[in-house]
Design a protein around this ligand. Structure first.
Ligand code: GLV
Ligand code: MN
Ligand code: MN
Ligand code: MN
Length: 428
């Protein structure tokens, strides 16, 4: 049931590809590492400049801009029934070390352009439309993923944890937030929590970060579910000592315990028997980190995910058992075993999937239903709003590395589907 007033304007949907491309390039220059890589870490100078840049573009698009206490940024286009719950869209602009310029950014700049598309087509929203820039989707600085959306979704646990969270330079979360003007005179961040029913729908545009759409030559992915991520922190402690003087039988090497655990993790993941179970040791640090000193401490950070939360939880349990066993057999202490997060998967809302499918069809774009193996702020927005995601193809599925690429044509297709989906949801 396509709405006549939007249907007639679909043919007039035009994306300003030149401006959008230019904005993506300009935003990528706010980086702490050289191009083509992008590194943009929460509450740094580059993050501040990038936020300013996006707020300015929101303003130029006629959106009214507001920020919350952790720096989630909202750009609102008032609907003619603006008392109704709004329809939101958005993503993140923080970038992990040495990553690319499209992850997250496409869903922020693309969302603002989707608003421009609707404005140029003459569309008038019934429900207000809101573009959200989420604070720290990536866990880089404080070890917490989807920090902004997790708080928006009302995580009391996170609100409490943030009072004492520090980065690896021992700068507290609150101090870092205050350096950008956020979290002023408040240690409690519950002001960020969204009321249930704030939004009638949330839709995120994102690059696929996998190879399927490109391989199959399909323009649009419509996400039906987001896999369940978990992250763990493990530390071993031994006696350390001189790399020449301490003989092998007399050692308890915390580094070797970490190495043994890393291999055990791979084994436990493979034991699940499902291709959907994955596990990664992305951080492995040794102390004191000298070639001629036996590691006295090791620190691992582990990411494991699955589309099936129970199967993933079994992997976590096995990692725990292996940590205990390895510590015992190597005579080191398991000084920390911390589950940082263990999030359940999220399902897209049927009505939003339907709206996205109809939008793609009306725009004559090929599309398929798929799951998201990466996590997104949508995982948390799903707790407070019906949720959906639009994927576009990216080169070879590359992401979280400098070679990440999506063509402006693919991005433009995604922007159109997003625009039309928002329009439909705004009238519902
Ligand atoms: C977030 O970027 C993820 O790791 O999926
Ligand atoms: Mn990412
Ligand atoms: Mn992302
Ligand atoms: Mn992600």
């Amino acid at each position: 049931e396509s709405h006549p007033r939007i249907a007639s304007s679909v043919s007039s949907f035009s994306v300003d590809t030149e401006s959008l491309q230019k904005q993506i390039e300009e935003l990528s220059t706010f980086s702490d590492t050289p191009a083509p890589s992008v590194t943009r870490i929460l509450y740094t100078e580059k993050d501040l400049l990038a936020r300013r840049y996006v707020k300015n573009i929101m303003g130029l698009s006629g959106l009214s801009v507001r920020e919350d206490a952790v720096g989630n940024i909202f750009g609102r286009w008032d609907g003619y029934e603006n008392k109704l719950a709004g329809v939101a869209t958005g993503s993140h602009i923080d970038a992990i070390p040495y990553s690319g310029k499209y992850d997250g950014v496409v869903g922020v700049l693309g969302a603002i352009e989707a608003i421009n598309v609707l404005k140029r087509s003459g569309f008038k929203p019934r429900r207000s439309l809101e573009v959200v820039l989420f604070t720290s989707e990536e866990p880089t600085r404080f070890g917490i993923s989807c920090l902004g959306s997790r708080l928006l979704a009302g995580s009391e646990e996170l609100n409490k944890a943030l009072k004492t969270t520090t980065d690896n330079q021992n700068i507290s979360f609150l101090e870092a937030a205050r350096s950008l003007g956020y979290a002023k005179d408040q240690d409690d961040l519950s002001s960020v929590f969204l009321d249930k029913g704030s939004y009638s729908a949330f839709v995120e545009l994102h690059i696929e970060q996998g190879p399927i759409l490109e391989e199959e030559g399909i323009s649009i992915g419509i996400v039906t579910a987001i896999a369940a991520p978990a992250s763990l922190k493990v530390e071993f402690e031994g006696n350390g000592g001189h790399a020449g003087a301490v003989l092998m039988p007399n050692r308890n090497d915390a580094g070797l315990a970490a190495a043994e655990l890393a291999l055990a993790i791979e084994k436990h993941v493979l034991e699940s028997g499902s291709i959907d179970t994955v596990g990664t040791v992305g951080i492995l640090q040794l102390h004191p980190g000298a070639i001629n000193s036996i590691p006295s401490k090791s620190h691992l950070e582990i990411d494991t995910r699955d589309i099936d939360a129970e199967r993933r939880n079994l992997v976590i349990e096995k990692i725990h058992q292996s940590s205990i066993r390895i510590a015992k057999s190597r005579g080191v202490r398991l000084s920390e075993f911390l589950i940082i997060n263990q999030d359940p998967p999220a399902l897209s809302a049927e009505a939003i999937v339907k709206a996205m499918e109809t939008a793609a069809a009306e725009l004559n774009l090929t599309h398929k239903l798929m799951i998201s193996r990466a996590y997104h702020d949508s995982l948390f927005m799903a707790r407070v709003s019906p949720m959906g995601m639009v994927f576009i193809p990216c080169y070879k599925g590359y992401s979280h590395k400098p070679e990440e690429f999506a063509s402006i044509q693919e991005i433009s297709n995604g922007v159109k589907v997003l625009a039309l989906t928002l329009a439909k949801l705004s009238l519902q």
